[in-house]
Design a protein around this ligand. Structure first.
Ligand SMILES: *Cc1c(COP(=O)(O)O)cnc(C)c1O
Length: 368
């Protein structure tokens, strides 16, 4: 079986260092908000090119806490893409604000800036730009709109650690950014984890306070905060893995490049490619007309694939109260029906890649 993802090869590659990180934390006897977290925060901020990094419990909390720190809540609207993982919208709902969905561009699959202004009202406070599948969102256009209307531009960088716009990395492209270190993300912990990056000192102060029970000084609680901290073990593991991230990104790009060169672009929609640096290929999506037939064929040939995401957020049961109906966001809805995510992980063999390409090209030829 060719798995959609397998983390064992990269972990085996650095096993001794991970074991050493575990021992370091165990020997320190300190497990929450200690030296490993402080060091990781420094290292990840430097990597992203921001003044601050604040480790939190997961990616959802990262986005939620950013909104809280900005004071965004009841009565406010936040623009989010209709085609994203549900966490982007849930973060807005948890803050008490309303997620207002925007359809995606048909080629980049990211929020279409041309559709944004129509959604802005006096209630709009922020835009969350998701770098979907690992590709940097159209930040230039979104920044221009955000500035014109006085909105915060927040990055959901959960799928795009290290992706670049010109020389700047994700995390430093908006006013603040949320990252996830869920194990399967490009930079993944050995459990849940997340972080916020920003260069805004005041915002960072509020976030440090919010993530730790609203407290900067033990048992003094200025705010009704949360318990959302990146623990010492995960921070220690992430410090090891961060050193290899760029090398692993290179390998992801090599695999994506192979797919792009060998898959039949006449019969399926391959990802649009532009500047190499702007995509870290968290996911390699192909759009096909007959998804089920193609996916079943691959499955019969022992190739595991996934769908990101089969139901757009506005049509999920969780948002049925909002009253969105099918047809509201045609591009997002169409791709929800057509998208297949191909296996892509560091450690895949050339034989596996060839097998996937051959099977997918065969499946598409048969389904036409
Ligand atoms: C994974 C993900 C999140 C949530 O991260 P968790 O760590 O699982 O909470 C948010 N947004 C996007 C786009 C994601 O892919």
């Amino acid at each position: 079986m060719i798995a959609y993802s397998d983390l064992r090869p990269i972990h085996n590659q650095i096993r001794a260092e991970l074991d050493e990180a575990y021992r370091r934390v165990m020997d320190s006897g300190w497990f929450i908000t200690g030296n490993e977290l402080a060091q990781f925060e420094k290292e990840f901020a430097a990597y992203c090119g921001t003044k601050y990094c604040i480790g939190v419990g997961n990616g959802l909390d990262a986005l939620h806490i950013i909104l809280r720190a900005y004071g965004i809540g009841a009565g406010d609207d936040v623009l989010v893409p209709a085609n994203t993982f549900i966490a982007t919208a849930l973060a807005v709902s948890y803050a008490g604000a309303t997620p207002v969905f925007v359809d995606c561009d048909k080629d980049t699959y990211n929020m279409d800036p041309a559709l944004v202004e129509d959604k802005i009202t006096v209630h709009t406070k922020a835009i969350i730009a998701v770098h979907l599948y690992g590709r940097v969102a159209d930040i230039r256009a979104l920044r221009e709109i955000a500035d014109r209307y006085g909105l915060k531009l927040i990055e959901d960088a959960a799928q795009a650690h290290g992706a670049q716009l010109n020389e700047k990395r994700t995390g430093s492209l908006g006013d603040a950014a949320g990252f996830s270190f869920y194990p399967g993300k490009n930079l993944g912990a050995l459990g849940d984890g997340g972080a916020i990056t920003t260069s805004d000192e005041e915002l960072a102060e509020r976030i440090y306070t919010l993530r730790n029970y609203g407290s900067r000084e033990k048992y003094h609680h200025e705010l009704q905060g949360f318990n959302s901290r990146l623990d010492e073990l995960q921070a220690a593991f992430l410090r090891v893995k961060l050193k290899y991230l760029d090398e692993w990104t290179k390998e992801r790009r090599r695999i994506a490049d192979y797919y792009l060169r060998t898959l039949d672009a006449e019969k399926m929609k391959l990802p649009y490619t532009e500047v190499k640096q702007s995509n870290v290929w968290h996911i390699f999506p192909v759009m096909v007309k007959d998804k089920k037939t193609v996916q079943d064929y691959l499955s019969r040939h022992d190739i595991q694939t996934l769908n990101h995401y089969p139901i757009p957020v506005h049509l999920q049961g969780a948002y049925k109260e909002s009253g969105y109906t099918a047809g509201t966001f045609p591009t997002a809805e169409r791709y929800a029906k057509e998208e297949i995510s191909l296996p892509l992980w560091v450690g895949m063999s050339q034989e596996e890649l060839e097998e996937i390409v051959k099977c997918l090209n065969d499946a598409i030829a048969k389904s036409h």
